[in-house]
Ligand binder design. Structure first.
Ligand code: RIB
Length: 306
């Protein structure tokens, strides 16, 4: 927690907040097919809100800039942020219903997600400009792509000179050069790497990391699920592989958000990229062992000695 209103935030997350409507399925339906699933459960989610909770649970002083609807889902999400210790002064209300994610989880723990952005799509560049005081206090700003691309570009412009931008382009979209150039790092999984590289993706993840770096970000992290992550830095021009601890996956929902939040927090504390990624893979691995997104994120104590 921040003791004083002038204390810096370790992490400002600008992004989405969704109510996750989750059904367990034996297998996903094909086109035109109906399958039966488990009882419905409703959890707080959204890539931005997830990152904020994950960081706060690890002990980071965290704020969230997001937009929710004036409805029960919005209240659920805001309350979950507060319960985790996130500063919600930047959570705006109204404009559209709260975003919703329809999620199926199969027995291997893999998920499929369809998002109705709702209020997330109404988080505007003007909202970013109006949150100038939050940006002024942030060491690291983290953003994803469940909010409009114009808003993401405004975040890159609003970044204080001594702050660092962490971008997870999920769901992937073509990125303006000014956004790519501000990323330190750009954090992608295999799908996102292939989307951004298009036909130029080489055969190995190491090739993706080098090709992504050539697009302009200051550094790149490629997450590889159980195989850990690769980090590449334009300063050193090397690609380093960071292994992941073994984990029995129950539900992978939000694990990437937990990874990115942990990475962003540790970078802001001064860790170099391989060290921050080594911590982040432990957080991601812990998150897959429990159901749900925010409910699955570990505390620092649960993670054990660093
Ligand atoms: O990354 C997981 C998240 O993606 C879910 O919580 C869902 O809301 C979607 O945004």
């Amino acid at each position: 927690m921040r003791d004083d209103l002038n204390d810096p935030y370790d992490l400002l997350v600008v992004g989405s907040a969704n109510a996750d409507l989750v059904i367990g399925v034996e297998r996903r339906p094909a086109a035109g097919e109906t399958v039966l699933g488990s009882d419905l459960s409703v959890h707080p989610g959204g890539k931005g809100a997830n990152q904020a909770v994950a960081a706060a649970r690890l002990g980071a002083r965290t704020a969230l800039l997001a937009r929710v609807g004036d409805d029960a889902h919005g209240r659920l999400l805001t309350e979950a942020q507060r319960a985790a210790g996130v500063d919600t002064v930047g959570v705006l209300v109204g404009g559209a219903p709260t975003g919703v994610a329809l999620i199926t989880v199969d027995p291997s723990g893999d998920n499929s997600i369809v998002v109705s952005p709702g209020a997330n799509a109404r988080l505007t560049p003007e909202d970013v400009r109006a949150a100038e005081s939050l940006f002024g206090l942030a060491r690291v700003v983290s953003v994803q792509l469940e909010i409009p691309l114009d808003t993401v570009a405004e975040v890159a412009r609003a970044l204080p000179a001594d702050a660092r931008l962490v971008l997870n382009p999920s769901p992937p979209a073509p990125l303006p050069a000014e956004v790519l150039a501000a990323c330190d790092p750009l954090v992608v999984n295999e799908h996102e790497a292939r989307f951004i590289l298009g036909g130029t993706a080489g055969p190995a993840p190491e090739d993706w990391a080098r090709s992504l770096l050539a697009l302009g970000p200051r550094s790149v992290v490629v997450t590889l699920g159980a195989a850990g992550a690769l980090v590449a830095d334009s300063g050193t021009d090397t690609v380093v592989r960071v292994p992941s601890p073994r984990a029995d996956a129950v539900d992978t929902t939000g694990a990437g958000d937990a990874f990115t939040a942990a990475l962003a927090w540790r970078l802001g504390r001064g860790d170099d990229l391989p060290v921050a990624a080594a911590f982040a893979v432990r957080v991601g691995a812990a998150a897959v062992t429990r159901k749900g997104a925010q409910e699955s994120f570990p505390t620092a104590a649960e993670l054990g000695p660093v």
